[in-house]
Design a protein around this ligand. Structure first.
Ligand code: G3P
Length: 220
């Protein structure tokens, strides 16, 4: 399973990218708005920083303007992936973009039925939102499992990207469900690496090492 960052913040992206595990980045209008900067500049910086796929989201609601915007976004860089919403217009614009050879990510997916539509238009990526389903007392992980299962049964090539992840166990469970990609906020990425026993173990190793150095110095 590839690990993506769900952010538009270049400092967060640079920090995690240095770990060598960053497969790509997903952005959405809310994340870009948080940067309070020109969206074109924000996207360009991210596209140049990370080699993997970078999802840039359309904001037009009607199929025609959404398609035009998608073409412009796709032209920004070879690693740009155009996000379209799971709406009738999003499907229509997405179909045209796929026909042009543009990679699309169908976003705001909350059901297996919607995931079938995304696969049928040839989307590169489908993005079910787990955390937002949990927020309304639905089982986001169950929806992800059903999507992974039905894609397997049908032999769909669309990658399943588990989105709206809120904690490390979401990431682990998404991997077990068979998701191709998990996108997560910076905070969840940082939580993935942490374990108290790692910190305690490292402290003890370093204490023992220091004690040895002091003994050797005394003996010299
Ligand atoms: O970028 C799409 C998705 O990951 C959003 O997550 O936390 O706003 O529900 P969240």
């Amino acid at each position: 399973m590839k690990l993506f960052l769900d952010t538009a913040n270049i400092d967060e992206i640079r920090e995690i990218n240095a770990w060598g595990v960053l497969g790509g980045v997903t952005t959405n209008p809310s994340l870009v708005a948080k940067e309070a900067s020109d969206p074109g500049r924000v996207w360009k910086e991210i596209l140049a920083e990370v080699d993997g796929p970078i999802s840039l989201e359309t904001t037009e609601l009607e199929a025609g303007p959404m398609y035009d915007q998608g073409v412009r976004l796709a032209q920004m860089a070879p690693n740009a992936v155009v996000k379209v919403p799971m709406t009738p217009d999003g499907l229509a614009a997405g179909t045209r973009l796929v026909a042009d050879g543009v990679r699309i990510n169908v976003t705001l997916v909350f059901s297996p039925a919607q995931a079938i539509l995304a696969a049928e238009i040839g989307a590169d990526i489908v993005s079910p939102f787990l955390g937002r389903l949990d927020d309304v007392a639905s089982d986001g992980m169950d929806v992800l499992r059903r999507i992974c299962d039905l894609y397997e049964v049908q032999g769909y090539q669309t990658s399943v990207l588990a989105a709206s992840l809120r904690h490390p166990m979401h990431v682990v469970e998404a991997a077990l469900a068979g998701a191709d990609i998990a996108t997560m906020p910076y905070g969840v990425f940082k939580q993935l690496v942490k374990h108290p026993l790692t910190d305690i173990g490292l402290d003890k190793f370093l204490q023992d090492w220091k004690a040895l150095q002091e003994e050797l110095e005394k003996g010299a």
